[in-house]
Design a protein around this ligand. Structure first.
Ligand code: C2E
Ligand code: MG
Ligand code: MG
Ligand code: MG
Length: 277
C-alpha cells in the first residue's frame, strides 16, 4: 500500500509505521524479559459434564502480569509472541507448568481430570515439539492421557503435512487432541474425519447466538450430532446462561466450559475445586 501511496503519503505514514514497529519491539523485549523474570502464570478454567455434576477437566490459560506494561490479556500478546517466535519458549514454560499441575491432580487421586493446553501453530511445527511434549510428561511423572492439546484450524493453513504428522505422533504418545474455536476457521466437518482429533470445541461466537437465532441453534445441533457420529467429544465454550446450558444438554453436548460454572481460577482455587469433587 505504501508503494502506491506516493511520495507525500510516504512522509505522512512513515512516523506511524515506525511508532508501531517500536511498540512491537518494546513489547517483544517485555515478553522476553517477562519469561526470565517469572511474570507469567497460568489460570485454570474448569470444564464440567453438561449435568454440571462432574468436573472433567481444566483448560490452562496464560496470564502475563508485566512489570512494565501491567496486566496484558493473551489476545494482545500471544499474536506477537507467535510472530516473533517467542511463543516457542513461552509455550514450553506453559506445558511444563500445566504438567506440574496435572501431577498435583494425580497425586490427589484425580488423574481422570485432564488438563488442556493451547498450542500455537508456530509451536506445533517447531523443531522437536513432540519430543518436548513427551519429556514434559515424563518429567512430571504423569500419564499422557492427562494432557489434552488444543490446536486451531489455522495450523492446517501452512505446512498441513507437518502438522498432521506431528498430531499423529502426539496421538501415538497417548495425548488427547482437541480442535479449538471450531466454527471460526475453514471449518469443514468432513475433513475432520481425516484429522487425529478426539475433541471438538465449539466457539463461543456460536454459543452466544443459540438463544436468539433458530438457524444458529440448528447449526450447533448439527455440529454436535455429526461430531458424535465421528466419535468426537463435544465441548461448548463460553457458556454463560442457564438457557444456553439447558439447550446444550438437550442437544447432548458432552462438556461445558464457561462463566455459568466458573471463570478461570488460580492454581490453588482449582486444586481446591478438584479436591471437593
Ligand atoms: P481459547 O483457547 O478459546 O480460550 C477460551 C477463552 O474464552 C479464554 O480467554 C477464557 O477466559 C474465555 N472464556 C471462557 N468462558 C467464557 C465465558 O463464559 N464468557 C467469556 N466472555 N469468556 C469466556 P483468555 O484466557 O483471555 O484467552 C484467550 C485466548 O488466548 C485463548 O482462547 C487462546 O487462544 C489464547 N491462549 C490462552 N492461553 C494460551 C497459551 O498458553 N498458549 C497459547 N498459544 N494460546 C493461549
Ligand atoms: Mg483453548
Ligand atoms: Mg476457544
Ligand atoms: Mg480462542
Amino acid at each position: 500500500a505504501a508503494k502506491k501511496a506516493g511520495k507525500n503519503c510516504w512522509r505522512f505514514y512513515e512516523p506511524v509505521l515506525l511508532q508501531e514497529t517500536n511498540e512491537k519491539m518494546v513489547l517483544t523485549n517485555g515478553l522476553r524479559r517477562g519469561l526470565e523474570r517469572g511474570e507469567f502464570s497460568l489460570q485454570y478454567q474448569p470444564q464440567f459434564a453438561s449435568s454440571g455434576e462432574y468436573l472433567v477437566g481444566f483448560e490452562a490459560l496464560l496470564r502475563w502480569n508485566s512489570a512494565d506494561h501491567g496486566f496484558m490479556p493473551p489476545n494482545r500478546f500471544i499474536p506477537l509472541a507467535e510472530q516473533t517466535g517467542l511463543i516457542v519458549p513461552i509455550g514450553e514454560w506453559v506445558l511444563t507448568e500445566a504438567c506440574r499441575f496435572a501431577r498435583r491432580l494425580s497425586d490427589m487421586g484425580k488423574e481422570d481430570i485432564h488438563v488442556a493446553v493451547n498450542i500455537s501453530p508456530r509451536q506445533l511445527v517447531s523443531e522437536n515439539f513432540v519430543d518436548k511434549v513427551r519429556s514434559c510428561i515424563e518429567y512430571a511423572g504423569i500419564k499422557p492421557g492427562q494432557i489434552e492439546i488444543e490446536i486451531t484450524e489455522s495450523v492446517f493453513i501452512e505446512s498441513v503435512n507437518d502438522a498432521v504428522l506431528k498430531l499423529c505422533q502426539l496421538r501415538e504418545i497417548g495425548v488427547i487432541l482437541s480442535l479449538d474455536d471450531f466454527g471460526t476457521g475453514y471449518s469443514s466437518l468432513t475433513y475432520l474425519r481425516s484429522l487425529p482429533v478426539g475433541v471438538l470445541k465449539i466457539d463461543k461466537s456460536f454459543i452466544d447466538e443459540i438463544i436468539n437465532d433458530q438457524a444458529q441453534l440448528h447449526v450447533v445441533g448439527a455440529i454436535i450430532n455429526l461430531g458424535h457420529t465421528l466419535g468426537l467429544t463435544i465441548v461448548a465454550e463460553g457458556v454463560e446462561t442457564e438457557k444456553q446450558l439447558k439447550i446444550l444438554s438437550e442437544y447432548r453436548c458432552d462438556r461445558i466450559q464457561g462463566y455459568i460454572f466458573s471463570k478461570p481460577l488460580t492454581e490453588e482455587a482449582a486444586i481446591e475445586l478438584a479436591q471437593g469433587m
